[in-house]
Write a protein that binds this ligand. Structure first.
Ligand code: ADP
Ligand code: TRP
Length: 324
């Protein structure tokens, strides 16, 4: 039984990239592991400064998780800001993190290159993420490939800290599935809440159809052979189809005679069916938002003692606990 931990930002509506890379593995792992799953609203504060939007996104993300099968009685499930020790640890870690380590962050550099004017929180984002992980002695972290460097930064911080103060932290390992490492959005770039290119998990039927029809493809004519490996549409199709169906489509791509429009129609049907059972559960939850908040508060209560234990240990190690 391993301690598995991962978080998701409530910075928008959750999409199928989030689902396959993080949510689905987490939900599957809850049965035979000690699962820690949380909504990282302190992280989302680096990009959202609209209180209503942040609060709504937080509850919606929690509802999505529960609708998709996360069992809050079994797992540890909470909202990041309800365990404030994480901010305390982030400060302590930031005093042990070199500026150069953060300056090398691809995620930060990409955001600045896209024109985002960075606040300090965006720059120190990886330190808060390290605090999230180290506070709960997590061993395995299921994430998408874009988070790989953040995990390396966490390990680096923990390793140096341990070298200075003794074995205080557990070193975590990322868990990244290579076949679904980066899921493309409808424009072919990485699907992301910040790029306006997502297919959301709980999309309504008309919007889903429209978005699938807009997926960017090349302009190979119907009769010509096509390359499945470089096709966004194919990459999305294989997430939802059975292996035999995917194999069949691959053959049809390679021999030619299939148009992208036909594949899009089929993909729409697959996505719609895939999430159907979860959609009903999501509707039920929607009518009782108060219950979701209560579940999250209870989750924080259940989880916080672990954070307290770690923070005391850390304060003792560094000398902030001056009574020692
Ligand atoms: P977003 O980029 O949409 O804001 P987050 O940064 O909140 O997504 O990511 C939440 C989780 O989903 C992370 O583990 C991240 O690696 C994963 N993830 C997000 N988008 C993708 C994608 N397009 N392909 C694979 N994994 C993704
Ligand atoms: N940075 C992650 C993302 O954008 C979210 C996150 C915050 C996280 N804290 C974490 C993921 C701890 C795993 C573990 O997706």
């Amino acid at each position: 039984m391993s301690r598995i931990l991962s978080g998701i930002q409530p910075s928008g509506t959750l999409h199928i990239g989030n689902y396959f890379a993080m949510m689905k593995p987490m939900i599957e792992l809850q049965y035979h592991n000690d699962l820690f799953c949380f909504i990282v609203n302190y992280h989302a504060l680096t990009s959202i400064h609209n209180p209503k939007e942040l609060a709504e996104n937080t509850i919606n993300a929690a509802m999505d998780f529960i609708a998709l099968g996360l069992d809050p009685d079994k797992a540890h499930f909470w909202v990041q800001s309800d365990i404030p020790e994480v901010a305390e640890l982030a400060w302590i870690l930031s005093c042990h993190t070199s500026l150069g380590l953060l300056e090398r962050s691809h995620s930060y550099k990409d955001k600045v290159a896209k024109g985002i004017v960075p606040n300090t929180g965006l720059f120190t984002y990886p330190v808060l993420m390290a605090a999230d992980i180290l506070l709960f002695n997590a061993e395995i972290i299921p994430v998408g490939k874009d988070q790989k460097q953040h995990l390396e930064i966490t390990r680096d911080i923990a390793l140096r800290f341990n070298q200075t103060y003794g074995e205080v932290f557990v070193l975590p390992q990322p868990m990244i599935s290579e076949d679904i490492a980066v899921i493309p959005g409808i424009d072919g770039q990485k699907m992301s809440k910040s790029y306006n290119n997502t297919i959301n998990i709980f999309e309504d039927e008309t919007t889903l159809k429209k978005k699938v029809m807009r997926i960017v493809t090349d302009s190979t004519p119907v009769e010509a052979p096509k390359n499945p490996e470089s096709c966004n549409l194919f990459a999305l199709y294989k997430l939802f189809a059975e292996p035999a169906q995917t194999e069949k489509l691959k053959e049809r791509y390679l021999t030619g005679g299939i148009g992208y429009g036909e594949v899009k129609k089929e993909l729409f049907g697959l996505i719609w069916e895939y999430f159907a059972p979860f959609r009903d559960k999501r509707k039920q939850l929607q009518s009782n938002k108060g219950d979701i908040a209560a579940i999250l508060k209870k989750g924080a209560e259940k989880t916080r003692p672990i954070a307290r234990e770690t923070i005391l240990r850390v304060k003792k190690a560094v000398g902030l606990d001056y009574l020692q």
